[in-house]
Design a binder for this molecule. Structure first.
Ligand code: FES
Length: 101
C-alpha cells in the first residue's frame, strides 16, 4: 500500500496518508482532508476531469506514478509536474500541492 506525503505549499501543512495501489491522487488526498487546490480553486475547479489545470502537483519520485497523460501535455506542465486528478499512485511518493491559483 503506497505511502503519500502531501505538503501544502500554501499553508506548509504536511499530511501522511496511505492509498491503494493505483489509487487516484486527487481522490486519495481529498478523502484524507489533504488540500490539492490553492485559494479559491478549491471551489472553482473541474472536479477531476483534467480540464481546469488547477490541481497541479509536484511529485517525487515520478517513477512511482503513471506516465504523463494527454491532459498534462495540453496544460504544458513542467516535467516534474502532473495534474493531481490524472495521477495513479504505484509507490511511495512526496507531493507538493496548491501550486497554482
Ligand atoms: S481538477 Fe481540474 S484538471 Fe484536475
Amino acid at each position: 500500500m503506497p505511502k503519500i506525503k502531501v505538503i501544502n505549499t500554501e499553508t506548509n501543512e504536511t499530511i501522511d496518508l496511505k492509498a491503494g495501489y493505483g489509487a487516484n491522487l486527487r481522490k486519495a488526498a481529498l478523502y484524507n482532508n489533504a488540500e490539492v487546490y490553492k485559494g479559491l480553486s478549491k471551489f472553482l475547479n473541474c472536479h477531476g476531469h483534467g480540464m481546469c489545470g488547477k490541481c497541479v502537483v509536484e511529485i517525487e519520485p515520478m517513477e512511482n506514478v503513471n506516465p504523463r497523460t494527454i491532459f498534462e501535455n495540453l496544460h504544458k506542465l513542467k516535467p516534474h509536474q502532473k495534474l493531481g486528478c490524472r495521477v495513479k499512485v504505484y509507490g511511495d511518493i512526496t507531493v507538493k500541492t496548491a501550486i497554482v491559483d
